[in-house]
Design a protein around this ligand. Structure first.
Ligand code: UDP
Length: 237
């Protein structure tokens, strides 16, 4: 497969065309941003961790019946994936109160929720990814009812699978964000990434934060946290 011109550069990844129909290459960067791009920095080695971790997790999810965009890992930072058009929804699942939920609802970080919460944000940087519900998504034509039903079904499966997977590596899955895409025939598949950039992971015993909150909140040992997750998941060579 040949890597052709760059199609897009996002905050954490670049996307390249290829000589194969319907296939693009994702190239993970070490760049880190937070608070809608206001805070910028570099997390050395993050691109490698996020690439390999996402690919491994997508493999597990495929086995569990969740279709994903993953095709083949090409190098430490590059992966061939199915080209999709991204559904403009950030799909967030919360198992434990944290982040914007704690602020909005006045619930202390770390409080276990009685059941998982699935919520949507409208993926729009200019508007700061506003919180929306199903009716907003339908009324604005962001997704159809069928697509929303499929996205919710897959998302609940992702949560159950990931909770177990991370727990077996000594980490609690507090919350996470995933994105879905549409194939040319309209099929919904899981896309984007699943990594310490997009999941909150706390050590099961000490509640130490092993995710991007270390960068967002200037907690230090940012690289170490990404490497620790990588090591615990058995992905380090
Ligand atoms: N998240 C993300 N990208 C975003 C917003 C949130 O990956 O643009 C992830 C975040 O890492 C966390 C979960 O979604 O695991 C819930 O984030 P929250 O809504 O609490 O927002 P935050 O506190 O990160 O602003």
């Amino acid at each position: 497969m040949k890597k052709l011109e760059q199609l897009y550069e996002g905050k954490a990844k670049k996307v390249f065309a290829t000589d194969e129909d319907g296939v693009v290459i994702v190239d993970y960067k070490d760049d880190a941003t937070a608070f809608n791009g206001e805070k910028k920095g570099t997390i050395m080695g993050k691109g490698v961790v996020n690439n390999k971790m996402s690919n491994y997790v997508f493999g597990l999810l495929e086995k569990d019946g969740v279709p994903t965009h993953f095709i083949k890992e090409l190098s430490d930072r590059e992966t061939a994936v199915k080209k999709v058009s991204i559904v403009p929804l950030e799909v967030i699942v919360r198992n434990v109160a944290a982040g914007s939920f704690s602020k909005r609802m006045g619930v202390p970080e770390g409080k276990e929720l009685l059941c998982p919460i699935l919520e949507f944000s409208y993926k729009n940087d200019e508007l700061g990814d506003p919180f929306i519900n199903d009716d907003y998504a339908l009324a604005l034509g962001l997704a159809t009812q069928d697509e929303i039903d499929t996205i919710k079904k897959y998302t609940r499966k992702v949560n159950e699978c990931l909770k177990k997977y991370f727990l077996s590596a000594g980490m609690k899955l507090i919350d996470f964000k995933i994105e879905f895409g549409r194939l040319p025939d309209g099929t919904i598949i899981l896309a984007d990434e699943i990594s310490p950039d997009t999941c909150r992971l706390w050590d099961v015993k000490t509640n130490e934060k092993l995710d991007k909150d270390r960068f967002r909140r200037d907690l230090g040992n940012v690289e170490e946290a990404y490497n620790e997750v990588f090591r615990r998941l058995g992905l380090k060579d």
